[in-house]
Design a protein around this ligand. Sequence first.
Ligand SMILES: [Zn+2]
Length: 199
Amino acid sequence: MGQQLNQYINEIHDFDRSILSNDKHSIYVVDENFRIIYHNLAYLKFAEENGGEPTISKKYSYGANVLDAISGDLKAIYKDKLLKIISLGKGDKLIYECSSNKVYRLFMQKIYPLRNKKGLLFLNALAVEEGINKNSTNPIIENYLQQNGFINQCSNCRRTQRKNESEIWDWVGNWVEKQPKNMSHTICPICFEYYWKNN
Ligand SMILES: [Zn+2]
């Protein structure tokens, strides 16, 4: 698998591999035929925690087509959407609900088209619990309040930086809808790679 990974990783434009593997959110990259050419550890971890393993790593590992995970009419719609993102070279963001029978869960999927038009990078972030718990409408601000008194939100993917683990950026659903007053807009490492470093 390591060999295969190295072979594929050379094809990923725009991103530094260490930035992708350090992110705690599930990230995968597909080529222009929607075959998986890279995924990070969080991708496997998420599958494991959600009962997807070992099926996920067998079925949706390198070379698997991500469209095969979708059935019915949605497959063609999603494919059209992805083709448009590649050809226009303009990223997009989808908010979707994927609840289990026990928990209500909201996800954000940020899609970055590779600039060589040869694929897409997907970042899948689960909204943090306190942001989606219907009984508690306020996220725990102390977890995100930086020393300068501001909360750092990435102006692109809208993830919010943790205070004590600054390398971790959570997607806080509440703050996407309504921002707290002391919100400071910044850029997370993934978006920095994509929007700034390579331009
Ligand atoms: Zn970002």
